[in-house]
Design a protein around this ligand. Sequence first.
Ligand SMILES: NC(=O)c1ccc[n+]([C@@H]2O[C@H](COP(=O)([O-])OP(=O)(O)OC[C@H]3O[C@@H](n4cnc5c(N)ncnc54)[C@H](OP(=O)(O)O)[C@@H]3O)[C@@H](O)[C@H]2O)c1
Length: 369
Amino acid sequence: MKSLALLPPNGPKRPEFKYSTQIHHQPFNFGILKTPEPVPDGEDSLGDYKVLVLKKAISINFRDLSMLFTLNNNLKQSPSGHHFFGSDFVAEVVGIGKKVRSIKIGDRVIPNCDYFIKPMRGVSRKGIPSNRASMAYEFLLEDKLIKIDDDLSDEVAASISIGLQTSYAMIRKAKLKKNSRILVTSGSSNTSLFIIETLKMKGYLPTILTSSQNTFKALKKDGNEVVLYNQLEDIETALRKFNGLNNGFDIVFDPFSDVFFEKLLPFVNVNGKYITCGLYKQKPEFIALNQPGNASLGYLLAHMIMKNVQLIGNCLGNTKDLLNGIEDLKSGRIKVNIENIYQLDNLGPFIEMAFNDKNRMGKVVLKYA
Ligand SMILES: NC(=O)c1ccc[n+]([C@@H]2O[C@H](COP(=O)([O-])OP(=O)(O)OC[C@H]3O[C@@H](n4cnc5c(N)ncnc54)[C@H](OP(=O)(O)O)[C@@H]3O)[C@@H](O)[C@H]2O)c1
């Protein structure tokens, strides 16, 4: 089988090499490696509970870019090395440990990113099961996988674990009221697209902030309330124009709080909630699209305290969040936004769309089979 891999940015060109590009002005090399089926490790005490999976498709998240930078920097010191990367996938089960009960050979599975699952025999099982989704074969723990049935295509199944589980957890924590006024930032981001879908299913019409013309048009066409801004400095004017002066939001869903929190706090109503799952500046190399604000932490906290605003951090979700999301997908109550689907032999366009295309609005999927 074949696997997508990150190759050293400065090493000699190897037979596996397929594509070079710049991301945030840094050089990256990608290649395709032949990966034989691994032999189970008999000494691994957790082996009995493990499942061997063969990937059918993967998709990219913002966190994968952050990890790519770490791996790329490591590879500068090992020019003959390589790294696999990625976290969302769909795979076929090709082997199971003696004590695996819930999954059988031939099942299709996706990651279960449950962040609250208890350790088993002292081993933590919190969070995302794989940071090497692009590796064709992988041994993973049974309870870090969710079996999915044929109702969901490979491209959809490969796109949902992180985004669906996180967005359902964020909405659960928001404890929405009937008339809650809701703002969602970064409308093109996958996390926000999942949040928007789910809010609409629940009967809410959120206001969506985006810097992308493409997303502005697409979401407006779908009947959403969308506010377009160009530079971060324009957000206040854009929101006031759209929203009036005295009409704030009860809930803000924000995947990039280092970018937006300071700008949006004045727009959060008394007793409002600000729910965030992430930051933009995850690596020093990431070029800031906008200059960070200069308000002190004390000023922001005072503002929050005086308005009784709750700031809620959220990492991933629980198993029920993912299962609820899958049920809603299967019944057609929500959909997954997929921007494009690529095959392994079309690597360049996949990499560009996943990591460099500013017009992207949805998941970018790479199919292995
Ligand atoms: N902790 C968790 O459990 C968890 C889970 C999922 C995601 N996250 C976090 O959530 C965030 C979003 O992840 P994702 O995979 O959904 O992202 P994504 O799909 O890659 O989002 C890309 C979009 O985000 C907006 N954006 C990116 N950089 C920006 C900047 N500097 N300034 C303003 N807007 C910017 C743009 O939206 P517009 O074009 O609409 O302006 C851009 O099109 C990341 O921080 C990620 O780590 C965390």
